[in-house]
Design a protein around this ligand. Structure first.
Ligand code: ZN
Length: 656
């Protein structure tokens, strides 16, 4: 029996192999139980320690940099999956085990960062060209940031702090993921909210509708519920999601970061953190934010007057007695957009079914950058997660993998993000892999959400089209205040009529979105700029202030800063408790979103004549995306644009 079974199985595999392209690298590892995680964690950590020991003894010759990069590759393949799966696995026990394992890796990582033998070898390693030199420069910076060059007592404290920060950040995210916040509404209270949002939702024993605070529930309630009381309840639940526990964690995180910076002789964490970035220091980042303040404030105030007038008219109250509350902003902003620009974001959903939207976004990349996406049947962490093989269109060669997880579910990461699971390394023909995680409504996407999808796909493309010599400098490992630029650049592709026509090439049965709707949405987007940039400006300023403060107090600082904005602060709310970005890797770096938007808008100028020009797309793919961090970001931008980057396009856009 056995040989027959084997050959049948082999035959089935061969048929499957003919029908679909092969993954150009290994599949994402399967973890079925917490035990799987534990077993793999033990073995992987042991293997990592052995590799470090071998590398310490290795002769420092022309092959040393490659051997050092092999360690990065090992970590990507063994640590990476655990760090990712804790965000998406459907089984809580597996997520918890992965989180525990992730802490052990963090301990390993902070020790590695302080490994003097490897640091010294890195300084001595022969470099054959500029790519090697940049690799050494970046890797040395990572060792130095981990405290390798500090005197011993300070070095030990640095490691303690790094380990503690990882633990606190994880706890912060876990508190949000596992909060399971629910808000109940009667049907009457949800008047105005599309039935598709709530009709299939659970009911409590009194027949009331139970909604989570995930985006597909939260956003439509905030935008369309007629009842201010219902909106207020939803808004408060979302704003307080992380709770007091997370405020305490954030205070600890900021305090530890300040102490960390002092170990290195820096007055605050911002200056420490920015010294290897485009902005270089806190003063430059602050000057940049200040340069945006004036233009944004004026717009925000003007928009608010319009919201107020709309609310007065809607409720029939005298204008002078009408105030706009935080939970009114989305609702009246939608109303103004509907009345002034005839735009209803929900009206876009029928034109953008989630799966077709994903294919549409991929098709844009195909046209622009000369690649091809093919979906294959492949088992992943959840039945609905999808696998794509990315190939180079000209050569037909498979060059990368993309995993996509589209819909919300209990315990899943609740924002939109891309994980760079594997970096490219031409020296060993290693192909990259990225995972794109979003939380879309199954009924379709608004145009805003199509923009989000394209933004995230932009990160995945940066990973998948990377063609660097070393895995350590692949794709998105660029400077932190540049990493958003390639994604932000693509956002406004969705407002281009020629681009939108591509939807029918991937979905024949999808009706073309009317030109007028897109024109109106574009006008409405300009209208909403004050509120949008005002908020981003507040987040960025708050993050810098928190990390420049000698005694960080997250809530009082937030209450003061949000209190100074036109909509003010609402007592009893605690937005920073859910501000996971700054608890994690965006801490003292949130300004990077606005900073890289300036770069993104400058990059767009090259595509002004035609957003699908394959010649410019190819130049961009080869000159920027493929290079990863092999060259410093400002150089990549300069080479692509043929001049120094400037903020002209950004300020023109703000004024429009
Ligand atoms: Zn992003």
């Amino acid at each position: 029996m056995k040989p027959v079974l084997t050959s049948l199985a082999a035959l089935a595999l061969a048929v499957a192999a003919q029908a679909q392209p092969q993954l150009p690298g290994p599949n994402f590892p399967a973890f079925h139980t917490a035990g799987d995680i534990k077993t793999s964690c033990d073995a992987s950590l042991k293997g990592a320690r052995q590799r470090v020991a071998l590398l310490e003894k290795r002769k420092v010759d022309g092959g040393w940099l490659a051997a050092y990069d092999d360690l990065t590759v090992y970590l990507e393949d063994h640590q990476g999956p655990t760090d990712f799966v804790l965000n998406v696995h459907p089984d809580k026990a597996v997520r918890d085990a992965a989180q525990e394992c992730s802490l052990r890796w963090a301990d390993f990582g902070s020790s590695l960062g302080q490994n003097e033998k490897l640091y010294r070898a890195l300084q001595k390693a022969p470099k054959k060209d500029g790519i090697d030199a940049e690799f050494v420069r970046l890797a040395s910076g990572q060792f130095e940031d981990s405290g390798v060059a500090l005197p011993k007592p300070k070095r030990q404290r640095a490691k303690q702090i790094l380990d503690k920060l990882t633990e606190l950040d994880q706890q912060f995210n876990k508190n949000i993921r596992d909060a399971g916040t629910k808000v109940v509404f009667t049907e009457a209270e949800l008047k105005g909210v599309p039935a598709s949002v709530w009709e299939k939702a659970k009911r409590d024993d009194q027949g009331r509708i139970v909604l989570g605070v995930d985006y597909p529930s939260y956003v439509p309630v905030m935008r369309s519920a007629e009842s201010a009381e219902a909106r207020e309840r939803m808004w408060r639940a979302k704003t307080n999601e992380g709770g007091q526990a997370n405020l305490d964690l954030l205070a600890q995180i900021a305090t530890l970061r300040a102490e960390y910076a002092k170990l290195f002789g820096y007055g605050n964490y911002v200056d420490f953190n920015l010294r290897r970035r485009m902005a270089k220091d806190g003063a430059t980042a602050t000057r940049f934010l200040d340069s945006v303040t004036g233009a944004v404030n004026e717009r925000e105030k003007a928009e608010l007057q319009e919201l107020r007038a709309n609310k007065a008219q809607h409720l029939g109250t005298p204008l002078e007695q009408t105030t706009v509350q935080r939970w009114d902003a989305s609702f009246y902003s939608e109303r103004v957009k509907r009345e002034k620009f005839s735009v209803d974001q929900n009206a876009f959903r029928p034109y953008f079914p989630p799966q077709a939207s994903l294919q549409f976004a991929m098709h844009i990349i195909e046209k622009l950058m000369g690649v091809k996406y093919e979906r294959i049947a492949n088992p992943l962490w959840h039945d609905e997660a999808q696998t794509y093989v990315v190939s180079d269109a000209a050569s037909g060669k498979a060059i990368g993998q993309l995993y996509v997880d589209l819909y919300p579910r209990e315990g899943k990461y609740n924002h939109a993000a891309v994980w760079p699971l594997r970096g490219s390394a031409t020296r060993i023909a290693r192909t990259p892999a990225a995972a794109l995680v979003v939380n879309f409504d199954r009924n379709g996407l608004t145009l805003d959400e199509v923009e989000t999808l394209l933004h995230e796909l932009g990160h995945a493309v940066h990973v998948d089209l990377s063609n660097t010599r070393y895995a350590a400098t692949a794709g998105t490992s660029v400077m932190h205040d540049f990493v958003e630029a390639p994604s932000q650049m693509l956002e406004d592709w969705v407002y281009d009529k020629k681009v939108l026509k591509l939807m029918q090439e991937v979905c024949a049965e999808c009706k073309p979105v009317p030109d007028a709707m897109v024109e109106q949405a574009t006008a409405a987007k300009h209208y909403g700029k004050g509120g949008l940039f005002g908020r981003q400006h507040l987040y960025a300023s708050y993050d810098l202030a928190l990390h420049q403060s000698a005694k960080p107090e997250p809530l009082p600082l937030w209450a003061r800063m949000e209190g100074a904005t036109p909509l003010g602060y609402v007592p009893g709310t605690m937005f920073p408790a859910g501000f996971a970005h700054i608890a994690g890797s965006y801490g003292a770096g949130y300004y990077g979103y606005l900073w890289s938007l300036v770069v993104a808008m400058d990059l767009r100028t090259a595509f002004a004549a035609d957003k699908l020009d394959p010649a410019v797309g190819k130049r961009y793919r080869d000159g920027v995306l493929a290079q990863g961090a092999q060259k410093p970001a400002p150089e990549l931008v300069k080479d692509f644009l043929g001049r120094e980057s400037n903020s002209q396009a950004f300020f023109d856009y703000l004024k429009k």
